[in-house]
Design a protein. Structure first.
Ligand code: WTA
Length: 651
């Protein structure tokens, strides 16, 4: 292995450079050496419940103590059985008697440049008030509340207010369409939705309330809609149903004790894409999730009291749940929260924010890093980034070129990079370097966190050897694990627990190298990762075929420089001629059915889709065609050989 300073940029699969933590960083870190990491990891593996017991007792507040750490009847885990706690209490009240009470919790900046700060004490007041508002609207423990909001402090306040009274929030990313909102409202049977008049995105108003109005025409269970005035645009307020946030808050009491909740009380549902057309509501519960978000935050980001931490994710995704809200607030961190786009008013916005707030830890997505590289170093060079001490990435693999740029240009070669592998389902980071202990290799998420025991299996369910690819599983329960798919027990069992019986199937392929480092090699299912957003190809296909012009559609991912993957659709039309107009109509249709994030980059029309004799669409072939690669492999089962040529000629 080279010393990391001299090596060439290799292919991901052959990356051999090693970047050890600097002695200076390691000496101050929570975990200071690889030996210490291995010692703790082995101890945890030897007795997983005992490992978590110690932290749960010391670091969560218990209204009533638990009497059993773990009850495991695969696939059902109960953590901290019999105990009563509250996530909002752990994020807020727990800090009140301490110096953290007056520490800044949120350093918020809106896209137009407006700023707000909230201390932990102030955040506590707002959360208590909104918890009273929700209770006043008839929301009780166990009720579902949809949140469709911009990245404003009120989104975090609403999440914590739900947690305070035991209501289950379902945050819907503000890029989703009215159809998607209605689907989620109905699946969760949500009682209340919280939104804003609009949000800012790249200088434009995103009219959230108008989209919600449309969604509510199809959402039978929603009784009330609370509207935050963010932008001040004209909106319609439906009498009885729609209520202004500021009016409700003006009358709300600031006194609201956190409800003592059983450890396994549902905390939130978050919809994510899987192998079918219908997104699934991943369910997380109270105590285990809370502990895992807190500990993983502290370990991976090596959090110290004086850090200014910025996770650029939106709360509409799991990263925002665990590492904008629940992890950092449980740990008493100061968090930057930014509403808008990275390139507004110009491409230097992120670096300006880092300089202005003296951010010490930055956590972002590889897709953003690739965009920054494209925009050019001149945007970075204008700003002083010397406050940074640690960098992180999440959501997809990072190619070594982007890793090196992040390391050199943003990290000034002094900041460790934590490449964090995890999923909506896992609740928190599962594999990542611990920055003071584990030398990094560009493109590898390195090693599992404490208490996380991965296993890689081949299709005959044998564990594979070093450097052999296979299905990645997690072999032991962990506190942050999903507890189910909302309303769909069968899907929960079939998706995660059946293929490798008794083990959690992540849905990713991976290999483990000779140093025990893990390399994620892509999905085993029809999930694609577009600009860090998880989408199912079948979901996009379903949207396309729901249009009357379309007879059949097949959707695949193809490599894309910035987004990682782009969406390529192959469509056969019913009677219409292929045209630019038809293409536009279909793009608009997908935007309406799912949201802008799912609009195909390419739509190719074809008179027939290539299928095997048994009628299966030949996706591998389509992927090769979409990526411009010559068709490879066995095509003798092609139903119609001419299809291939026709597809190639298209466009
Ligand atoms: C992918 C995001 C490689 C992976 C937190 C996973 C990654 C899916 C990484 C989950 C990483 C996430 N390296 N791939 N560091 N992080 N992925 O649910 O395919 O939106 O299964 O959670 O993203 O996406 P999700």
């Amino acid at each position: 292995m080279s010393d990391g300073k001299t090596g060439q940029i290799d292919n991901v699969m052959h990356e051999s450079r090693l970047f050890p933590p600097s002695p200076e960083f390691a000496s101050k870190a929570r975990v200071k050496s690889v030996e210490e990491y291995e010692k703790i990891w082995n101890e945890a593996k030897a007795d997983i419940p005992a490992f978590w017991d110690k932290f749960a007792k010391e670091e969560l507040h218990w209204f009533e103590p638990y009497n059993q750490v773990l009850e495991w009847n695969c696939p059902d885990a109960k953590w901290f059985v019999g105990g009563k706690t509250n996530v909002s209490y752990n994020c807020l009240d727990r800090h009140l008697g301490t110096p953290t009470a007056d520490k800044t919790a949120i350093l918020w900046e809106g896209e137009p440049g407006d700023q707000r700060t909230l201390t932990y004490k102030e955040l506590h007041v707002e959360v208590c008030k909104f918890a009273n508002v929700l209770a006043g609207l008839g929301v009780e423990t166990g009720d579902r509340v949809s949140l469709y909001m911009p990245m404003v402090p009120e989104l975090a306040i609403a999440m914590l207010a739900c947690a305070r009274i035991g209501a289950i929030h379902s945050v819907i990313f503000a890029g989703f369409s009215a159809e998607s909102i209605a689907d989620r409202n109905n699946d969760a049977q949500a009682k209340v939705i919280v939104t804003a008049d609009a949000g800012w995105r790249r200088g434009k108003e995103l009219h959230l309330k108008a989209i919600v109005d449309e969604a509510l025409e199809k959402s039978e269970t929603i009784e009330k809609c609370v509207v935050l005035k963010r932008v001040g645009n004209e909106i319609e307020m439906k009498p009885e149903r729609d209520l202004w946030w500021h009016e409700l808050m003006a009358d709300a009491s600031a006194e609201r004790e956190a409800t003592p909740l059983d450890s396994e009380t549902p905390l939130f549902i978050l919809y994510t894409s899987g192998s079918t057309g219908k997104p699934k509501g991943i369910l997380h519960t109270t105590a285990g999730y809370n502990l895992y978000a807190k500990k993983s935050f502290e370990w991976v980001f090596d959090h110290r009291d004086d850090d200014i931490y910025w996770c650029t994710a939106d709360c509409g995704w799991i990263t925002g749940h665990s590492y904008v809200v629940y992890g950092p607030f449980s740990a008493g961190a100061t968090c930057v929260m930014y509403e808008g786009a990275p390139n507004f008013p110009d491409e230097g916005r992120f670096w300006e924010i880092i300089e202005k707030y003296k951010v010490t830890i930055m956590y972002t997505a590889p897709t953003a890093i690739r965009a920054f590289i494209k925009w050019g170093d001149q945007w970075v060079d204008k700003h002083d980034l010397s406050s940074l001490r640690l960098l992180g990435t999440v959501g997809e693999g990072i190619n070594p070129e982007a890793w090196m740029w992040y390391h050199k240009k943003i990290g000034g070669e002094r900041c460790p990079i934590v490449d964090t592998w995890w999923q909506t389902e896992t609740g928190g980071i599962m594999m990542s370097p611990l920055p003071g202990a584990i030398a990094t290799k560009p493109g590898s998420c390195t090693r599992p966190l404490f208490g996380i025991v991965p296993g890689i299996y081949d299709s005959s369910l044998e564990e594979v050897g070093k450097n052999q690819g296979g299905m990645l599983t997690i072999t032991q329960p962990w506190p942050g694990m999903l507890r189910g798919v909302w309303g769909d027990r069968e899907r929960f069992e079939a998706t995660y627990w059946s293929r490798v019986p008794g083990k959690y199937l992540a849905g990713d392929n991976a290999r483990c190298d000779e140093d025990g480092y893990y390399w994620i090699m892509g999905r085993i299912d029809d999930v694609i990762n577009v600009a860090g957003h998880r989408l199912s190809t079948i979901e996009v296909e379903s949207a396309l075929v729901s249009h009357p012009l379309v007879a059949e559609a097949a959707v695949v991912g193809r490599p894309h420089d910035i987004k990682g993957e782009a969406i390529a659709a192959f469509v056969t039309l019913k009677d219409t001629e292929a045209s630019e107009e038809a293409r536009e109509i279909l793009k608009q249709h997908v935007r309406k059915e799912i949201g802008a994030l799912a609009v195909p980059d390419d739509i190719r029309f074809t008179s027939i889709l290539p299928k095997t004799r048994s009628g299966k669409i030949m996706r591998r072939l389509l992927r090769d065609i979409a990526s411009g690669k010559e068709e490879v492999g066995d095509t003798t089962t092609l139903e119609d050989y001419s299809v291939l040529a026709k597809l190639r000629d298209n466009d």
